[in-house]
Ligand binder design. Sequence first.
Ligand code: CUA
Length: 338
Amino acid sequence: MNQRKWRYLLPVVLIALAALSGCSIDQRLNALDPSGSAGEIQLDLINWSIMLMLGVFAIVITIYIYVLIRYRKRKGIERMPEQVHGNTKLEVIWTVIPIIALIVLAFPTVKYTFDLDEKPQGDDVIKVKVIGYQYWWEFQYPDLGITTAQELVIPVNKKVSLELEGKDVLHSFWVPNLGGKTDVVPGRINHMWLDAKKPGEYQGKCAELCGPGHSLMDFKVYAKEQADFDKWVASMKQPPKQAVSEIDKKGEALYKQNCMGCHAGATPQVPGPELNNFALRETIAGMLPNTEANLKKWIKHTEDLKPGTRMPKINYLQEDELDALTHYLMNRKSKTEK
Ligand code: CUA
Protein backbone atom coordinates (compact mmCIF):
# COMPACT_ATOMS: atom_id res chain seq x y z
CA MET A 1 0.00 0.00 0.00
CA ASN A 2 1.43 3.39 -0.84
CA GLN A 3 2.12 6.09 1.70
CA ARG A 4 -0.78 8.21 0.59
CA LYS A 5 -3.37 5.58 1.38
CA TRP A 6 -1.85 5.03 4.82
CA ARG A 7 -2.26 8.68 5.56
CA TYR A 8 -6.03 8.24 5.33
CA LEU A 9 -6.17 4.79 6.84
CA LEU A 10 -4.10 5.54 9.95
CA PRO A 11 -6.63 7.83 11.69
CA VAL A 12 -9.40 5.29 10.98
CA VAL A 13 -7.31 2.49 12.52
CA LEU A 14 -6.46 4.65 15.55
CA ILE A 15 -10.09 5.63 16.13
CA ALA A 16 -11.17 1.98 15.82
CA LEU A 17 -8.49 0.91 18.34
CA ALA A 18 -9.54 3.66 20.75
CA ALA A 19 -13.17 2.52 20.48
CA LEU A 20 -12.19 -1.11 21.04
CA SER A 21 -10.01 -0.27 24.05
CA GLY A 22 -13.16 1.07 25.69
CA CYS A 23 -14.33 -2.53 26.05
CA SER A 24 -11.46 -3.39 28.35
CA ILE A 25 -12.16 -0.68 30.96
CA ASP A 26 -11.76 -2.09 34.46
CA GLN A 27 -15.30 -1.80 35.81
CA ARG A 28 -13.94 -1.18 39.30
CA LEU A 29 -12.23 1.97 38.00
CA ASN A 30 -14.95 3.41 35.82
CA ALA A 31 -16.14 6.94 36.48
CA LEU A 32 -18.66 6.50 33.64
CA ASP A 33 -20.53 3.81 35.58
CA PRO A 34 -21.13 5.41 38.98
CA SER A 35 -22.50 3.47 41.94
CA GLY A 36 -23.17 6.43 44.22
CA SER A 37 -24.79 9.89 44.29
CA ALA A 38 -21.54 11.90 44.16
CA GLY A 39 -20.35 9.85 41.19
CA GLU A 40 -23.71 10.37 39.46
CA ILE A 41 -23.48 14.14 39.93
CA GLN A 42 -19.99 14.12 38.47
CA LEU A 43 -21.07 11.98 35.51
CA ASP A 44 -23.94 14.40 34.91
CA LEU A 45 -21.45 17.24 34.67
CA ILE A 46 -19.22 15.24 32.30
CA ASN A 47 -22.27 14.60 30.09
CA TRP A 48 -23.27 18.28 30.13
CA SER A 49 -19.81 19.40 29.02
CA ILE A 50 -19.59 16.74 26.33
CA MET A 51 -23.01 17.67 24.89
CA LEU A 52 -22.05 21.33 24.79
CA MET A 53 -18.69 20.56 23.19
CA LEU A 54 -20.35 18.29 20.62
CA GLY A 55 -22.71 21.16 19.74
CA VAL A 56 -19.78 23.55 19.22
CA PHE A 57 -17.90 20.87 17.28
CA ALA A 58 -20.88 20.24 14.97
CA ILE A 59 -21.36 23.96 14.18
CA VAL A 60 -17.65 24.59 13.55
CA ILE A 61 -17.23 21.49 11.39
CA THR A 62 -20.34 22.35 9.34
CA ILE A 63 -19.08 25.88 8.60
CA TYR A 64 -15.62 24.47 7.85
CA ILE A 65 -16.88 21.92 5.34
CA TYR A 66 -19.22 24.48 3.74
CA VAL A 67 -16.33 26.93 3.25
CA LEU A 68 -14.04 24.21 1.88
CA ILE A 69 -16.57 23.25 -0.78
CA ARG A 70 -18.07 26.64 -1.54
CA TYR A 71 -14.75 28.42 -1.97
CA ARG A 72 -12.64 25.62 -3.44
CA LYS A 73 -10.39 26.30 -6.40
CA ARG A 74 -12.34 25.72 -9.61
CA LYS A 75 -11.39 25.56 -13.24
CA GLY A 76 -12.01 28.80 -15.00
CA ILE A 77 -12.09 30.91 -11.82
CA GLU A 78 -8.64 32.31 -11.27
CA ARG A 79 -9.50 35.52 -9.46
CA MET A 80 -7.97 36.38 -6.08
CA PRO A 81 -10.57 36.18 -3.25
CA GLU A 82 -11.58 39.46 -1.66
CA GLN A 83 -8.98 40.47 0.97
CA VAL A 84 -10.49 41.63 4.29
CA HIS A 85 -8.94 43.02 7.47
CA GLY A 86 -11.39 42.27 10.25
CA ASN A 87 -15.16 42.26 10.46
CA THR A 88 -16.65 43.76 13.59
CA LYS A 89 -20.00 42.02 13.24
CA LEU A 90 -18.38 38.56 12.88
CA GLU A 91 -15.98 39.18 15.74
CA VAL A 92 -18.80 40.20 18.07
CA ILE A 93 -20.72 37.04 17.08
CA TRP A 94 -17.81 34.67 17.73
CA THR A 95 -17.07 36.32 21.05
CA VAL A 96 -20.65 36.41 22.32
CA ILE A 97 -21.53 32.80 21.39
CA PRO A 98 -18.66 31.24 23.45
CA ILE A 99 -19.54 33.52 26.38
CA ILE A 100 -23.13 32.20 26.27
CA ALA A 101 -21.80 28.63 26.03
CA LEU A 102 -19.60 29.17 29.09
CA ILE A 103 -22.49 30.66 31.07
CA VAL A 104 -24.65 27.65 30.17
CA LEU A 105 -21.87 25.37 31.45
CA ALA A 106 -21.24 27.52 34.53
CA PHE A 107 -24.72 27.02 36.00
CA PRO A 108 -24.53 23.25 36.61
CA THR A 109 -20.80 23.45 37.40
CA VAL A 110 -21.26 26.00 40.19
CA LYS A 111 -24.36 24.26 41.54
CA TYR A 112 -22.74 20.81 41.62
CA THR A 113 -19.50 22.17 43.03
CA PHE A 114 -21.39 23.57 46.01
CA ASP A 115 -23.51 20.39 46.32
CA LEU A 116 -20.39 18.21 46.44
CA ASP A 117 -18.63 20.54 48.85
CA GLU A 118 -21.50 20.52 51.32
CA LYS A 119 -20.90 18.71 54.61
CA PRO A 120 -23.74 16.23 55.05
CA GLN A 121 -25.51 16.58 58.39
CA GLY A 122 -27.63 14.15 60.37
CA ASP A 123 -27.35 11.29 62.81
CA ASP A 124 -26.83 8.62 60.17
CA VAL A 125 -23.92 10.35 58.44
CA ILE A 126 -20.68 8.40 58.83
CA LYS A 127 -17.76 10.71 59.50
CA VAL A 128 -14.31 9.60 58.38
CA LYS A 129 -11.01 11.39 58.60
CA VAL A 130 -8.79 10.41 55.68
CA ILE A 131 -5.05 10.89 56.02
CA GLY A 132 -2.72 10.43 53.06
CA TYR A 133 0.86 9.33 53.60
CA GLN A 134 3.57 8.24 51.17
CA TYR A 135 2.17 5.68 50.11
CA TRP A 136 -0.78 4.55 52.15
CA TRP A 137 -4.11 5.77 53.51
CA GLU A 138 -5.38 5.96 57.06
CA PHE A 139 -9.11 6.04 57.80
CA GLN A 140 -10.24 7.23 61.24
CA TYR A 141 -13.87 7.01 62.36
CA PRO A 142 -14.00 9.57 65.20
CA ASP A 143 -17.60 8.76 66.20
CA LEU A 144 -16.92 5.02 66.31
CA GLY A 145 -13.46 5.26 67.84
CA ILE A 146 -11.79 3.04 65.27
CA THR A 147 -8.90 3.45 62.86
CA THR A 148 -7.96 1.40 59.86
CA ALA A 149 -5.68 1.60 56.86
CA GLN A 150 -5.96 0.98 53.11
CA GLU A 151 -9.60 -0.08 53.41
CA LEU A 152 -12.50 2.28 53.87
CA VAL A 153 -15.49 0.29 55.06
CA ILE A 154 -18.87 2.00 54.77
CA PRO A 155 -22.55 1.06 55.06
CA VAL A 156 -24.60 1.22 51.83
CA ASN A 157 -26.98 4.10 51.18
CA LYS A 158 -25.53 6.25 53.95
CA LYS A 159 -23.71 9.47 53.27
CA VAL A 160 -20.06 9.35 54.27
CA SER A 161 -18.56 12.72 55.13
CA LEU A 162 -14.83 12.76 54.50
CA GLU A 163 -12.32 15.15 56.01
CA LEU A 164 -9.07 14.82 54.09
CA GLU A 165 -5.59 15.84 55.12
CA GLY A 166 -2.07 15.04 53.93
CA LYS A 167 0.92 14.45 56.15
CA ASP A 168 3.84 14.73 53.75
CA VAL A 169 3.27 15.67 50.10
CA LEU A 170 0.23 16.24 47.88
CA HIS A 171 -2.02 13.25 47.25
CA SER A 172 -5.49 13.02 45.77
CA PHE A 173 -8.36 10.84 46.94
CA TRP A 174 -10.25 9.17 44.11
CA VAL A 175 -12.73 6.31 43.94
CA PRO A 176 -13.75 6.45 40.26
CA ASN A 177 -17.09 4.66 40.72
CA LEU A 178 -18.06 6.67 43.82
CA GLY A 179 -16.50 10.11 43.53
CA GLY A 180 -13.46 12.37 43.80
CA LYS A 181 -10.89 13.53 43.04
CA THR A 182 -10.20 15.67 46.07
CA ASP A 183 -6.73 16.97 46.83
CA VAL A 184 -5.12 15.74 50.03
CA VAL A 185 -2.89 18.58 51.15
CA PRO A 186 -0.52 18.82 54.13
CA GLY A 187 -1.66 21.46 56.62
CA ARG A 188 -5.09 21.89 55.06
CA ILE A 189 -8.36 20.08 55.55
CA ASN A 190 -10.51 19.41 52.50
CA HIS A 191 -14.00 17.94 52.49
CA MET A 192 -15.96 15.68 50.26
CA TRP A 193 -18.75 13.15 50.65
CA LEU A 194 -19.78 9.99 48.92
CA ASP A 195 -22.19 7.11 49.26
CA ALA A 196 -22.50 3.69 47.67
CA LYS A 197 -25.86 2.51 46.39
CA LYS A 198 -25.00 -1.17 46.30
CA PRO A 199 -22.77 -3.36 48.42
CA GLY A 200 -19.44 -4.33 46.93
CA GLU A 201 -15.78 -3.59 46.54
CA TYR A 202 -14.72 -0.33 44.92
CA GLN A 203 -11.19 0.46 43.90
CA GLY A 204 -9.57 3.69 45.08
CA LYS A 205 -6.46 5.40 43.78
CA CYS A 206 -4.15 8.22 44.62
CA ALA A 207 -4.64 10.61 41.71
CA GLU A 208 -1.75 13.00 42.28
CA LEU A 209 1.82 12.12 41.39
CA CYS A 210 3.43 11.88 44.83
CA GLY A 211 6.66 9.94 44.35
CA PRO A 212 7.98 6.57 43.19
CA GLY A 213 5.24 4.61 44.99
CA HIS A 214 2.38 6.74 43.62
CA SER A 215 0.97 4.14 41.22
CA LEU A 216 0.77 1.64 44.10
CA MET A 217 -0.96 4.00 46.54
CA ASP A 218 -4.19 2.06 46.15
CA PHE A 219 -7.00 1.52 48.59
CA LYS A 220 -10.38 -0.15 48.59
CA VAL A 221 -13.84 0.92 49.62
CA TYR A 222 -16.02 -1.90 50.94
CA ALA A 223 -19.69 -1.01 51.00
CA LYS A 224 -21.61 -3.35 53.32
CA GLU A 225 -25.22 -3.80 54.30
CA GLN A 226 -25.87 -2.07 57.64
CA ALA A 227 -25.88 -5.33 59.63
CA ASP A 228 -22.55 -6.41 58.14
CA PHE A 229 -21.11 -2.97 58.75
CA ASP A 230 -22.18 -3.15 62.40
CA LYS A 231 -20.49 -6.55 62.69
CA TRP A 232 -17.31 -5.11 61.22
CA VAL A 233 -17.38 -2.20 63.68
CA ALA A 234 -17.87 -4.63 66.58
CA SER A 235 -14.92 -6.79 65.52
CA MET A 236 -12.76 -3.69 65.05
CA LYS A 237 -13.59 -2.55 68.55
CA GLN A 238 -12.83 -5.87 70.17
CA PRO A 239 -9.37 -5.84 71.75
CA PRO A 240 -6.87 -8.11 69.99
CA LYS A 241 -6.21 -11.55 71.46
CA GLN A 242 -3.46 -11.93 74.02
CA ALA A 243 -0.46 -13.92 72.92
CA VAL A 244 -0.76 -17.27 74.72
CA SER A 245 1.01 -19.88 72.63
CA GLU A 246 4.79 -20.13 72.49
CA ILE A 247 4.93 -18.97 68.86
CA ASP A 248 2.69 -15.96 69.48
CA LYS A 249 4.70 -14.88 72.50
CA LYS A 250 7.86 -15.03 70.41
CA GLY A 251 6.06 -13.11 67.65
CA GLU A 252 4.89 -10.48 70.10
CA ALA A 253 8.43 -9.89 71.34
CA LEU A 254 9.64 -9.50 67.75
CA TYR A 255 6.73 -7.17 66.98
CA LYS A 256 7.68 -4.96 69.93
CA GLN A 257 11.32 -4.86 68.85
CA ASN A 258 10.86 -4.35 65.13
CA CYS A 259 7.44 -2.94 64.31
CA MET A 260 5.85 -1.07 67.18
CA GLY A 261 7.98 2.06 66.86
CA CYS A 262 6.34 3.11 63.61
CA HIS A 263 3.16 1.07 63.69
CA ALA A 264 1.97 2.05 67.14
CA GLY A 265 2.73 5.73 66.96
CA ALA A 266 5.87 5.83 69.14
CA THR A 267 7.77 7.69 66.41
CA PRO A 268 5.21 10.10 64.93
CA GLN A 269 7.68 11.30 62.28
CA VAL A 270 7.64 7.81 60.69
CA PRO A 271 4.04 6.68 61.05
CA GLY A 272 2.87 3.31 59.84
CA PRO A 273 -0.60 1.76 59.56
CA GLU A 274 -2.04 0.39 62.80
CA LEU A 275 -1.66 -3.37 63.07
CA ASN A 276 -4.06 -4.34 65.88
CA ASN A 277 -6.73 -5.11 63.31
CA PHE A 278 -4.35 -6.24 60.60
CA ALA A 279 -5.95 -9.70 60.39
CA LEU A 280 -9.29 -8.12 59.46
CA ARG A 281 -7.88 -6.45 56.37
CA GLU A 282 -8.23 -7.92 52.89
CA THR A 283 -4.90 -6.61 51.66
CA ILE A 284 -1.32 -6.01 52.73
CA ALA A 285 -0.03 -2.52 51.86
CA GLY A 286 -3.22 -2.05 49.85
CA MET A 287 -1.87 -4.25 47.07
CA LEU A 288 -1.29 -7.91 48.04
CA PRO A 289 -3.99 -10.35 49.20
CA ASN A 290 -3.67 -10.74 52.96
CA THR A 291 -2.03 -14.16 53.35
CA GLU A 292 0.81 -15.25 55.59
CA ALA A 293 3.04 -15.95 52.57
CA ASN A 294 2.44 -12.45 51.20
CA LEU A 295 3.06 -10.91 54.61
CA LYS A 296 6.47 -12.57 54.75
CA LYS A 297 7.19 -11.41 51.21
CA TRP A 298 6.20 -7.85 52.13
CA ILE A 299 8.31 -7.72 55.31
CA LYS A 300 11.40 -8.95 53.45
CA HIS A 301 10.98 -6.98 50.24
CA THR A 302 9.05 -3.78 51.06
CA GLU A 303 11.02 -1.46 48.80
CA ASP A 304 11.05 -3.85 45.85
CA LEU A 305 7.28 -4.24 46.06
CA LYS A 306 6.46 -0.56 46.66
CA PRO A 307 9.28 1.75 45.56
CA GLY A 308 9.90 4.66 47.91
CA THR A 309 7.98 3.13 50.82
CA ARG A 310 9.20 4.37 54.18
CA MET A 311 9.07 0.90 55.69
CA PRO A 312 12.59 -0.57 55.48
CA LYS A 313 13.16 -4.17 54.44
CA ILE A 314 13.28 -6.40 57.49
CA ASN A 315 15.50 -9.05 55.95
CA TYR A 316 17.61 -9.90 58.97
CA LEU A 317 15.12 -12.18 60.73
CA GLN A 318 15.67 -15.94 60.79
CA GLU A 319 12.97 -18.05 59.12
CA ASP A 320 11.57 -19.19 62.47
CA GLU A 321 11.46 -15.60 63.71
CA LEU A 322 9.61 -14.50 60.59
CA ASP A 323 7.17 -17.41 61.08
CA ALA A 324 6.49 -16.31 64.65
CA LEU A 325 6.05 -12.63 63.72
CA THR A 326 3.62 -13.28 60.88
CA HIS A 327 1.72 -15.88 62.91
CA TYR A 328 1.30 -13.32 65.68
CA LEU A 329 0.13 -10.53 63.33
CA MET A 330 -2.26 -12.78 61.41
CA ASN A 331 -3.89 -14.15 64.55
CA ARG A 332 -4.47 -11.12 66.74
CA LYS A 333 -8.02 -11.15 65.46
CA SER A 334 -9.78 -14.07 63.93
CA LYS A 335 -10.85 -13.59 60.35
CA THR A 336 -14.21 -15.24 60.93
CA GLU A 337 -15.29 -12.22 63.02
CA LYS A 338 -15.32 -10.12 59.86
CU1 CUA B 1 -0.19 9.71 46.80
CU2 CUA B 1 0.07 9.66 44.44
